[in-house]
Ligand binder design. Structure first.
Ligand SMILES: *[C@@H]1O[C@H](CO)[C@@H](O)[C@H](O)[C@H]1NC(C)=O
Ligand SMILES: *[C@@H]1O[C@H](CO)[C@@H](O)[C@H](O)[C@H]1NC(C)=O
Ligand SMILES: *[C@@H]1O[C@H](CO)[C@@H](O)[C@H](O)[C@H]1NC(C)=O
Ligand SMILES: [Fe+2]
Length: 487
């Protein structure tokens, strides 16, 4: 049967399971064809699915600079490119960043518990820099700390006629049953598709973005325009990032190693603009760090910094994993840019070296899920690892392994990676080459609801979904059950 285009557009796949032990336990995949209201159940062992959805090709071009989405607020020295991120280890602080064009004043953030009533203030720092012949505006960074959990704060930056007002909501206290909704976005860029992803995220009710690298794609421009496109991206994301914290990890597009421009220090534009709370987790670099938020411990790795044995990143991760307390934060989430498991032609096996170095730790510490970007398509794996194999790239089913999810489908100007390897490997559960983002809604210590939301010509369509069962809890539950059974 060859479904018509309209049927394919409405194809919705709903997974009721999150774990598939390749061939060992049978499972049912329910394929719900909404368009024809036809319900098909396939008892398929564990074959993965390659979605037949073909999206209407929207041109993946950057939005022109004179578009309203990049407009800087009117008025002399008005703060713009406002964005926030977590400012400490446990979620009682934020770092607020903004840019002013004309003068370095003011570094003050006024904040309080109701709109317009700012009883508190904090003072930040300001810096400016050049990148080749581009001169940045004045970049302000201010740590606002000592906050209460689960509280909405209002804040004001700038002064006089050009002051601006925003708000943010602190997360609940660190507790094993704190519920929280994250979204995951990668490889965003600044096209019409990027804007669509951003707008769809803002409809989900998620509270924090886990960003898996490749922010602005400004590095695709030349000379002065590189800095200009970092600025426009800051304007694009402000609509979300001034209110919701984005947790940053870096991708290859942040490296910007340009000897022909005399720019040879990697990550310079990123590091000046997007601070991270790295010292709170005793990291020696803003590019890798960890935070705890609600019931999650989130570890951010850098695919493009040294990570082999004995390097600073390796030593830091070794220590950080020991600090994870699954009684307090049962959810252990890792972010990186280049995916360790990927069955797309694009970037196939590119992250093998990181897999060789870190995979045994991910299994030993029972990481729940690893999110990556880089490949401009969506893909989800079963729980698999290569640690028992002596041929490193040959994975098999492993109950202690994380689920690997690639969401490099934010919608940048490079377009989609629409050539998957054929046949679909056993480890790949679902894959689709279209734009979108994911949400991870943690309910309590044992259950989280996961969705991948496709951008479907202006609509957000939840497409791949499953219940993520906590790895640590699942395991202790199994142990308890085993004990009971053996009596
Ligand atoms: C920073 O701004 C000052 C003016 O306030 C200017 O004199 C200086 O050259 C700028 N620095 C850089 C690195 O662009
Ligand atoms: C690799 O594994 C296979 C099967 O598990 C085994 O037969 C073979 O001896 C192993 N090779 C090495 C070099 O360990
Ligand atoms: C956790 O959440 C799931 C899904 O909402 C629910 O079925 C389960 O009973 C909850 N467990 C606890 C211990 O609250
Ligand atoms: Fe990338």
């Amino acid at each position: 049967m060859n479904p018509s285009y309209a049927e394919r557009v409405h194809l919705q796949l709903n997974f009721q399971v999150d774990v598939c032990f390749l061939g060992k336990e049978s499972m049912m995949i329910k394929v719900l064809l909404l368009s024809s209201l036809l319900l098909i159940s396939i008892s398929s062992g564990c074959a993965g699915l390659t979605s037949a959805f073909i999206r209407n090709e929207w041109p993946s071009v950057d939005i022109p600079l004179n578009n309203d989405v990049f407009a800087v607020p009117k008025g002399y020295n008005a703060p713009h490119q406002v964005h926030i991120t977590q400012g400490d280890y446990d979620g009682k602080a934020v770092i607020i960043t903004w840019v002013t064009a004309n003068e370095p004043w003011s570094n003050i953030v006024r904040y309080g518990l109701s709109e317009g009533k700012y009883d508190f203030s904090a003072k930040g720092t300001v810096q400016n820099y050049t990148f080749y012949n581009y001169k940045s505006g004045y970049i302000h960074q201010c740590l606002v700390d000592g906050l209460q959990y689960n509280t909405k704060y209002y804040y004001e930056i700038g002064s006089g006629e050009t002051s601006r007002n925003f708000w943010f909501q602190t997360p609940p206290a660190i507790h094993r049953d704190s519920s929280y909704k994250f979204a995951i976005i990668g490889d965003l860029g600044q096209t019409y598709n990027s804007l669509s992803t951003l707008e769809h995220y803002m409809q989900t009710g998620a509270q924090t973005i886990l960003f898996v690298g490749d922010l602005s794609y400004a590095d695709r421009y030349d000379n002065h325009d590189i800095g200009v496109r970092w600025d426009s991206w800051g304007q694009l994301v402000e609509r979300s990032a001034a209110y919701h914290p984005w947790l940053w990890s870096t991708g290859n597009h942040e490296i910007e190693y340009f000897p022909h421009l005399g720019e040879v220090i990697p990550f310079r534009n990123f590091l000046h603009r997007y601070p991270t709370p790295f010292s709170a987790s005793k990291s020696s670099s803003p590019l890798w760090y960890a935070v705890r938020r609600a019931s999650a411990h989130i570890i951010i790795l850098s695919s493009y910094s040294p990570f082999v044995k004995y390097t600073p990143q390796w030593k830091w991760l070794e220590q950080e994993l020991k600090k994870v307390d699954r009684e307090k934060t049962p959810w252990l989430i890792v972010l990186m840019h280049a995916p360790i498991y990927n069955s797309n032609q694009a970037h196939f096996l590119e992250a093998e070296s990181m897999k060789v170095v870190f995979e045994s730790w991910f299994c030993h510490y029972k990481v729940d899920v690893i999110f990556a970007g880089h490949v401009h398509a969506y893909e989800r794996s079963y729980r698999i690892s290569s640690i028992k194999s002596n041929v490193s790239s040959y994975p098999s089913s492993d109950k202690s392994a994380p689920v690997y999810i690639t969401v490099g489908d934010g919608g940048n100007q490079e377009g989609l990676a629409n050539r998957f390897r054929d046949p679909q490997p056993d480890y790949s559960a679902f894959r689709e080459a279209s734009y979108g983002h994911s949400t991870l809604e943690i309910m309590n210590r044992t259950h989280a609801f996961y969705h991948w939301n496709r951008n479907d010509d202006g609509k957000r369509v939840p497409t791949d979904s499953f219940v993520l069962h906590n790895q640590y809890r699942g395991d202790s539950h199994r142990r308890r059950k085993l004990k009971r059974d053996s009596i």
